[in-house]
Design a protein around this ligand. Structure first.
Ligand code: NAD
Length: 256
C-alpha cells in the first residue's frame, strides 16, 4: 500500500478530509498537487505535510471548467504525469424539501456535481496515458437515505454516486477505477452542519447520525480513520475494486 512514485491530485486540500488525504499520501511517498479554492489554508496544508513524498499547491474552483482544465494541465506538467485523483472538494448547506431555493440548489450542484464531472473528466486522459489509475470521489450516506435538514446536498451526493458508477463502467477499459468514499468523519463541514441544533433537532434533522455509528457512536478522525483508506484506494492493492460506494463510517449506514 505504498505510494512511492505515484503522482496524485487532491482537491479540497485546505480542510478536513482533503487535508488529511494530502498528509496520508505524502507520508506514503507520493508526489502530490493539492488544490482548493481557499488559497492560504491550502498552501499551508501542502507546505506542512511531512515526507518522504512531496506536495505543492495550486488554487482552483472545481465548478469552473476552464480553470479545472488549465490547473490540471499545470499540475500534471509539474508531476510528470498522473496516477490518481482524490476529489473531496464540496460544499454543504442546510435546507429542506419545502424551502430549498433554486439559487441554493444550483450552487450546490455546481460545486458538488459539476465539480465531480469536471475534475474526473480532466483527469481521465492523463490517467489513460499513464496506463490506468484511480479516481476517488466523495459520496455520502445523505445520498442513500433521506436527509431532512439538507435536501439539495443529499440530492448532489445521490448524483455523485450515479456518476461514479457510470464513469467506472466507461473508463474500466482504460484500466481506470472510479470509486466513492462515503465518510462519517469529524471535519469543519460536519461541525458546521451540526452547529446550533438542539439534541431534539439533531435527532430529526441529523437522522441520529452519531447514535448509529456502531464503532463508538462518534464521527471518525480524518487522519487515523480515513487517511489509510485513501492510501489503499490510490494504491495498486485496490486494483480490482471499481464502481463501489465504500462507507468509511464506523457502521453508520448499514448497522443503524
Ligand atoms: N464530514 C463528513 O462526515 C462527511 C460525510 C459525508 C460526506 N462528506 C463529504 O466528504 C468530502 C470532504 O468533506 P469535509 O468534511 O472534509 O469538508 P470540509 O468543508 O472540511 O472541506 C471541503 C474543502 O473543499 C473546498 N472547496 C469548497 N468548494 C470548492 C470549490 N468550488 N473549488 C475547490 N475547492 C472547494 C473547501 O475550501 C474545503 O477546503 C465532501 O465531499 C463531503 O461532502 C463528508
Amino acid at each position: 500500500m505504498e505510494l512511492v512514485e505515484k503522482r496524485i491530485i487532491v482537491t479540497g486540500c485546505a480542510s478536513g478530509m482533503g487535508a488529511a488525504t494530502v498528509r496520508a499520501y505524502v507520508k506514503a511517498g507520493a508526489q502530490v498537487v493539492g488544490m482548493d479554492i481557499a488559497e492560504t489554508a491550502g498552501s499551508q496544508v501542502c507546505a506542512d505535510a511531512a515526507g518522504p513524498g512531496t506536495s505543492t499547491f495550486l488554487p482552483v474552483d472545481v465548478a469552473n471548467g476552464d480553470q479545472v482544465t488549465e490547473v490540471f494541465a499545470a499540475a500534471v506538467d509539474s508531476l510528470g504525469g498522473l496516477d490518481a485523483l482524490a476529489h473531496p472538494a464540496a460544499i454543504h448547506a442546510g435546507n429542506s424539501a419545502s424551502d430549498v431555493t433554486s439559487t441554493d440548489w444550483d450552487r450546490l450542484f455546481a460545486v458538488n456535481v459539476r465539480g465531480t464531472m469536471l475534475t474526473n473528466q480532466a483527469a481521465h486522459p492523463y490517467l489513460k496515458e499513464a496506463g490506468g489509475g484511480a479516481i476517488i470521489n466523495f459520496g455520502s450516506i445523505s445520498g442513500q437515505r433521506p436527509e431532512p435538514g439538507a435536501a439539495a446536498y443529499s440530492a448532489t451526493k445521490g448524483a455523485v454516486h450515479a456518476w461514479t458508477r457510470t464513469a467506472a463502467g466507461t473508463w474500466g477499459s482504460d484500466n481506470i477505477r472510479v470509486n466513492a468514499v462515503l465518510p462519517a468523519i469529524r471535519t469543519p463541514m460536519f461541525l458546521a452542519a451540526k452547529e446550533g441544533l438542539s439534541d431534539e433537532e439533531l435527532n430529526v434533522k441529523y437522522w441520529r447520525n452519531e447514535q448509529s455509528i456502531a464503532l463508538g457512536q462518534e464521527y471518525g478522525d480524518p487522519d487515523t480513520d480515513l487517511g489509510p483508506v485513501m492510501v489503499f484506494l490510490a494504491s495498486d492493492a485496490s486494483h480490482f475494486i471499481t464502481g463501489q460506494l465504500i462507507p468509511v463510517d464506523g457502521g453508520q449506514g448499514n448497522v443503524r
